[in-house]
Structures are given as C-alpha cells and as structure tokens.
Design a protein around this ligand. Structure first.
Ligand SMILES: [Ca+2]
Ligand SMILES: [Ca+2]
Length: 432
C-alpha cells in the first residue's frame, strides 16, 4: 500500500506528478554542461540540479523535499492473487492467503446470494421477492421482475429465494419443496395465526435472516432456522415433530413456550428468552425426545405455572436422560417461591446438564459434570430485555471459558469464531 504519503507542512496535498522543473530527471553522473540530456532538450545551459533537499517545491511549501511522494505506488506486498479460478463451493479469492474459499456473506456473491454450502448461485437459480417494487404483471422472479409474495416464489424452478426488506403478511405452507429462503435485513414474515408458517411433506427448507412475527411449525420433512428473530407470538415459538435445526436465533416472547421439539433436533447458539406464562407447563423449551443435540444456548427469563410433577421454567425434558451441554439457565421461574423440588431452570430428574451455568435454588450447589454457578451471570444488559445484545456476556462473566469443547459449534450467535480454545457457556462467545 502507499506507505510514504504525507502532506507538506503547508497542508498542500502531495502531487503525484513531478513538480515543475525541480523534479526533472537528474543528469547523468559526470554531466557538466551543454550536451542534450533528454529528448527535446536542445539548450546549452546545464540542467537544473536534482531536488535532494529542503528547498520549496510548490508555492507555500517550506518543508522537506517531496521526492518520496512522487515515487511509484508499489504493489501491496501482502496481496496474493489466486492462481486458479475460484468457483464451486470456494468462489471467493482470499487475497491474504492466495487461496479460494467459501463465501461468507451475500455481498461477496455477484447475484446476491451466498448459499449454505459456500457457493455463489448463478442468477438464474435465484427467485427475488420485493413487495415494494414488484409489478402486477411480468413477475418471473428475476431481479428486475420480482415476486410480491414469498409464496409466489415457492415451488418455482429456482432453488434460492431472496427476500427484500418489508413486511410480508402471508401464510406459508412449505409442502414438499426444497428451498433456501434468505431474508435481507428488515425482511419480516407475519403469519395470520399460530402454525400458519408451516414446513411439511417431504420438504427440505432453510429460513435464514428473517424476523418472524409469529411462530414456526415443522410437522414433516426437514427445516433449518438460522439467524432469525422468532417472536413474539401467542403460540409455541417453534413446534416440531420432524427434523429441525435451530442455529443462531433469538426466540422470544411466545406465550405457550419457546420451543417444543419432538423428532430429531440440533439446537445451538440460540437465545431463548421470556417465553411462557404462569399458565403454561413449560417456559423456554420442551424436549419430547432425547434424539438431538442441545448445546451452547442461553435459556433465560422464561416462566411457567406453579410447579406440578413435570413443569420447568427453563427446559422440560420428557426422556431420561436428555443431555444438555454448555447452556446458561438463569432467571427462569415458576409462579411459586423456593421449593425443595425446585426445577425452575430445568427438570433435574430427566435433563442431564453438563458444563451449565445455572441459577440454583437457595442453599444448593452445582453438581453434574462441569456445572458452575455464581451470584450473577454477567450479562451486558439489564434483563429481561427484548434485545439479544443484552444477553451477551461481559468479559468478567463466570460463564466465560467454562464450556466443553466437544461438539461445540465453531461460531457463536454473532458468527464470531469460538477460537480462543476455551469455549464460553451460552450462545455468546465473548470477544472484544
Ligand atoms: Ca472463550
Ligand atoms: Ca460474541
């Protein structure tokens, strides 16, 4: 890069062209006079001296010589071009290493979509949805002819669907379709009632980047929900009897509980907060099977009714044992004060928590592999809050570096790498 740029003391910006006369090419060593020095130089007088010192170069310039400014711009020594064409699942040239890599954001792909496999799909594979610019006719899904509704793009011959910002008040029944559906910042799906955003049949669907102002029902097939804000709703936030992956979501304020998962599940790096009411029998999560992974989630400020034989404010497990790893369980409540059988945070008779940061009933101590507790979890904000940012951890949080590395996700809620070699408990890995 340009390392020698500076302004002269006068504030006159450096010139990339040589200054008049003074910076003219030097004479050759031994040149004493009349002979021509340059093409076109026919004069007899000696050429001007070389500018090597503090003499002024420009009007008002009183500083040192600016020869260094006039030096050619050298190529950046740290930039390494890729020697092969970057394509397929490694479409981006990483100029720091000179190697091709997967895309990391939509902005890196010319057609606007970075797919989950790291490739940049061709424009012809992408259906565009833009409720604000779509026309009443000529809707093909091409970038210049977007659909008005997400439902119009579903089931067409384009695998990828890219949804512009705006509120899409529509019910989506994704029945036996395969799509990766991406929301740009500000894209909101607003179903009309509970369970009106449904994945069913032989579907394989990704929903990523949305605010879902309602809930999601996965009744069959396979669904991946990633990087969404899901809620609030008067429903169960995510209800599944099929195969579901929940990654890096904020699941908040669902009256009937945050998630109720049967079938097979992978739940990692989610904030699950403020779900349930004092009328429900679980608050944050109900796991109906043990066929899944529940790791690095922050389950906080959820509630349920007065404890009966099965309720739990945080996580209610139905199968013994159901293992929960690297999770924060804090501030989950019953509509009841301290109890000898207090399962506010999770059902201790069926859930097996490991490397948990947990709030304990009065007088209790943490037990179980790697579990810890402390007076406060060290969140960045005052909870309860509707902002995921407030459930991130401070550098001083006791949850920091308390997790197990086995099976932990390589990234955190923010997409930041969990790379310091000591996994933090919860959805957030602390970083500067
Ligand atoms: Ca750490
Ligand atoms: Ca983080």
């Amino acid at each position: 890069m340009i390392g020698a740029c500076r302004f002269d003391s006068s504030g006159v910006p450096p010139s990339t062209a040589p200054d008049a006369a003074v910076d003219a090419p030097a004479d050759l060593p031994g040149d004493t006079g009349a002979a021509p020095d340059l093409p076109g130089d026919t004069g007899a007088a000696p050429d001007l001296p070389v500018d090597t010192g503090p003499a002024p170069d420009l009007p008002g310039d009183t500083g040192a010589a600016d020869l260094s400014v006039d030096a050619p711009i050298a190529p950046d020594a740290t930039t390494k071009p890729c020697t092969t064409v970057c394509q397929g699942q490694t479409p981006v040239c990483d100029v720091a290493t000179g190697t091709c890599r997967a895309c990391a954001s939509h902005a890196e792909c010319p057609a606007g979509v970075c797919a989950t496999d790291g490739s940049c799909p061709a424009a012809g594979l992408i259906a565009h949805v833009d409720g604000s610019t779509c026309a009443t006719s000529q809707k093909t899904g091409a970038a210049a002819e977007p659909y008005c509704l997400i439902a119009e793009a579903v089931g067409q011959n384009r695998l990828y669907i890219l949804v512009k910002q705006g509120t899409y008040a529509e019910d989506l029944a994704l029945d036996s379709v395969t799509h990766e559906i991406y929301g740009e910042p500000g894209a909101v799906i607003q179903p009309s009632a509970c369970d009106k955003l449904e994945i069913k049949g032989a579907s394989d669907v990704l929903l990523q980047g949305f605010t879902i102002a309602g809930n999601v029902l996965v009744s069959a097939g396979s669904a991946t929900l990633a990087q969404n804000v899901i809620g609030p709703s008067s429903c169960v936030g995510v209800a599944s009897t099929a195969t579901v992956t929940l990654r890096r979501n904020l699941v908040l304020k669902h009256t009937l509980g945050g998630m109720d998962l049967g079938g097979t599940y992978q739940v990692e790096n989610n904030f699950i907060v403020q779900n349930g009411t004092t009328a429900g029998n679980f608050g944050g999560v109900k796991l109906d099977t043990a066929t899944g992974v529940f790791i690095n989630n922050t389950v906080v400020d959820n509630t349920c009714k007065t404890k009966g034989p099965a309720e739990a404010g945080g996580v209610r497990c139905e199968v013994k044992p159901t293992t929960l790893v690297n999770n924060i369980f804090w501030g989950n409540t019953f509509n009841k004060t301290a109890s000898a059988l207090d399962d506010r945070q999770y059902r201790t008779d069926r859930c097996v928590a490991e490397h948990a940061f947990e709030e304990l009933k009065p007088g209790a101590t943490s037990s179980g592999t790697g579990n810890i507790s402390a007076a406060a979890p060290g969140f960045t904000g005052t909870t309860p809050s509707t902002s995921a940012a407030d459930y991130h951890i401070l550098s001083s949080s006791p949850a920091r570096n308390g997790g197990a590395s086995g099976g932990a996700p390589v990234e955190d809620y923010d997409g930041d790498p969990r790379s310091d070699g000591q996994i933090d408990i919860g959805a957030d890995e602390w970083s500067l």
